[in-house]
Design a protein around this ligand. Structure first.
Ligand SMILES: Nc1ncnc2c1ncn2[C@@H]1O[C@H](COP(=O)(O)OP(=O)(O)OP(=O)(O)O)[C@@H](O)[C@H]1O
Length: 629
């Protein structure tokens, strides 16, 4: 099914309203169709002193029809705006909901800016298909049918002459449509690139400035916007060209009718009123056909928006609930990895139709497909060509964590420590092997339940814009103020929160104040404490802090870890010496395991890491590290 068919099917609940709008539009046509008729009566009968109608009566009927037409037009405009906006809102909500369910892997492969461009920009354009396209098209079709029937009733020969230009219309449409659609598709794709760059570079503005990258970024942005400008101009050029071609045809038709109709009138075969009425009705035949050129641009433009929206709906989450997923009311926190192996699949889109340009910043124009000139071309969007490359990240990982134990993961950078913990909250699923929690495969639990029992504290924790309180209760919206304060006290956060003028209601993030790394970290710990999970994941949670902050955070973390199964990833060995089990990871494998004491006795990677760090340590840190040796 094509994206447009799918969209129309999606729009089924709105069909009744679309029907009402079209009906009102058709009723409204009484005015342009009746006016030529009434004009003929005035010219041929009233002004000649013939017939039964007086001038006042005819003008009165004209006025009533006109006022009713305007009123109906107003109501129809209001309903159409309501329909378009409602459809846009609903589709946007559904797409956002769909995207929220996509797995972490999906987001790692895409520009967030590009995705937001589809949610905002493309959905705005998609609603035009019905609001600006289909409704006007159907209404105009009715107008053409009524006007055509009336023209034939007035003068069959002239009506045939008037219709003779239709094949020319058809040819210009079939030939220009494909160009219009391809041109607009390039415009939208280029806009997506721009949005992607914008979000990425603006969120990394510190790096840009620190490396004096402003000039390069300005150049890149100019290059992208210039390409967008070029595509937009070429889309307008073809759209405008089609508009003027249909205008030429309509005017040519009108002139020919004057020539033939005028000759008939001169020969006494038509009255003056008839030829004026015929010309006026002709406007109702050619007008919609001419309008169709504009409506057609809207439709072609919307179709490219719709294609891009359904491309996203066609993506399915890799990680989702199995059909017989079970609830997880309680969690003891026993975790077992059994021969877990995993490959990252790296998806690299291969640029298509790039006219030898492999510049990732630019979208090149798609070439127009070859075809017979009287047949419409198939311009469905090219299926994205994706190169898949697999990279082994984990090999046969097996271990067990008993409830309440602390498991430390150490190893060189890129060894696979963060990858390993991804399988517990199911950010990824293992390709081979299984992960059990309390004896059951994580894939058999309901995802929402599983994640309810897990909290994660990262090196750089994300806090959302809003109040401190909003951020703290993110995982537990029903938490009471007393619970929030208690969690913040345990996280060593209460004091600094209270020092702000608005306390827990202080606004942070984009629209509010900035917090230090340590403050953010303590809020993240309080947020995790409030959630009260049985499983805790600390990924480099203290590595970005100065020693004072680190002391406060470490103390808070220790309170958080009490009684929970905890996974700690840390480059600094001081934070892992007390772990119940240390897993040394290298190249995606567990190369050593044991306690700090046991591992120091072995001549392996752990001792090397330990000795390296020992050399670089201050005496107080050393005292802590030597614990247990
Ligand atoms: N989303 C991804 N797609 C493809 N490969 C990835 C992805 N994330 C990580 N990798 C690769 O997997 C390997 C392990 O990465 P991981 O982040 O687990 O290492 P790490 O031990 O946590 O490193 P660090 O201590 O530096 O954070 C690396 O080679 C990395 O390039």
């Amino acid at each position: 099914m094509s994206p447009v068919q799918r969209y129309l099917l999606w729009a089924r609940p709105y069909w009744p309203m679309i029907g009402v709008i079209i009906t009102l539009g058709v009723i409204q046509f009484v005015q342009p169709l009746a006016n030529p008729w009434l004009t003929k009566i005035i010219v041929d009968e009233v002004l000649q002193g013939k017939g039964s109608w007086g001038l006042h009566e005819v003008v009165m009927v004209m006025a009533v029809i006109t006022v009713c037409g305007i009123a109906i037009n107003f109501i129809r405009g209001y309903l159409t705006a309501g329909l378009g906006n409602r459809m846009m809102r609903d589709l946007r909500d559904q797409l956002y909901d769909h995207l929220q369910r996509m797995s972490v892997g999906f987001y790692e492969q895409r520009h967030v800016g590009g995705l937001s461009s589809r949610i905002l920009h493309d959905i705005g354009g998609a609603q035009n298909l019905i609001g600006g396209g289909v409704i006007n098209l159907v209404m105009d079709l009715f107008l053409v049918l009524f006007a055509g029937a009336m023209l034939f009733k007035m003068n069959t020969m002239l009506a045939f002459i008037a219709l003779a230009i239709l094949p020319l219309y058809y040819l210009s449409f079939t030939n220009m449509n494909v160009r219009i659609r391809l041109a607009w598709r390039s415009v939208h794709r280029q806009m997506e690139r721009i949005s992607g760059t914008l979000v990425e570079r603006m969120s990394g503005i510190r790096v840009v400035q620190a490396f004096n990258g402003e000039k390069i970024e300005k150049k890149r942005f100019n290059k992208q916007t210039h390409q967008h400008f070029k595509h937009t101009m070429s889309a307008h050029l073809v759209s405008n060209l089609l508009g003027r071609m249909s205008e030429t045809l309509a005017n040519a038709g009108g002139i020919v009718i004057w020539l033939v109709g005028g000759t008939l009138a001169l020969n006494g075969k038509m009255t003056a009123g008839e030829i004026i009425a015929f010309q006026m009705l002709l406007g109702n035949l050619y007008g919609p056909i001419q309008r169709f050129a504009d409506v057609n641009v809207t439709i072609q433009n919307s179709i490219t928006n719709i294609e891009r929206i359904f491309e996203l709906f066609d993506e399915h989450p890799d990680v989702k609930d199995s059909p017989d997923a079970r609830p997880m009311p309680v969690c003891r926190g026993q975790i077992r990895f059994q021969d877990v192996s995993f490959k990252y699949v790296i998806r690299t889109p291969v640029p298509q139709h790039m006219n030898n340009s492999k510049d990732p910043d630019l979208v090149e124009k798609e070439p127009t497909p070859k075809r017979f000139f009287w047949l419409p071309a198939n311009v469905s969007p090219p299926k994205p060509v994706i190169e898949l490359e697999e990279r082994e990240a984990m090999h046969d990982i097996s271990f067990e964590a008993k409830p309440g134990q602390v498991i430390a993961l150490v190893g060189p950078s890129g060894a696979g420590k963060s990858t390993l913990i991804n399988f517990i909250p199911r950010f990824y699923d293992a390709d081979k092997g299984r992960v059990f929690i309390d004896g059951m495969d994580v894939r058999d639990y309901k995802l929402e339940d599983l994640r309810r029992h897990i909290a994660i504290v990262l090196q750089d924790n994300i806090l959302f814009s809003g109040s401190i309180r909003d951020n703290l209760v993110y995982g537990r919206p029903d938490a009471t103020m007393a619970e929030i304060v208690a969690a913040s006290r345990s996280a060593n956060a209460h004091e600094f929160i209270e020092s702000f003028k608005d306390g827990y209601e202080s606004i942070i993030g984009e629209r509010g104040m900035r917090l230090s790394g340590g403050q953010k970290q303590r809020l993240a710990i309080a947020r995790a404490l409030l959630k009260d999970p049985q499983i805790l994941i600390l990924d480099e949670a203290t590595s970005a802090l100065d020693s004072e902050s680190e002391a406060l955070v470490t103390e808070a973390l220790e309170r958080l870890m009490e009684g929970r199964t905890t996974f700690v990833i840390a480059h600094r060995l001081a934070t892992v010496v007390r772990a119940d089990q240390i897993l040394v990871i290298d190249n995606g494998r567990i190369v050593q395991r044991g306690t700090h004491k046991q591992l120091l006795r072995e001549d392996g990677m752990y001792r090397k890491l330990y000795e390296q760090q020992l050399k670089a340590m201050k005496p107080e840190e050393m005292a802590e590290l030597k614990y247990g040796t």
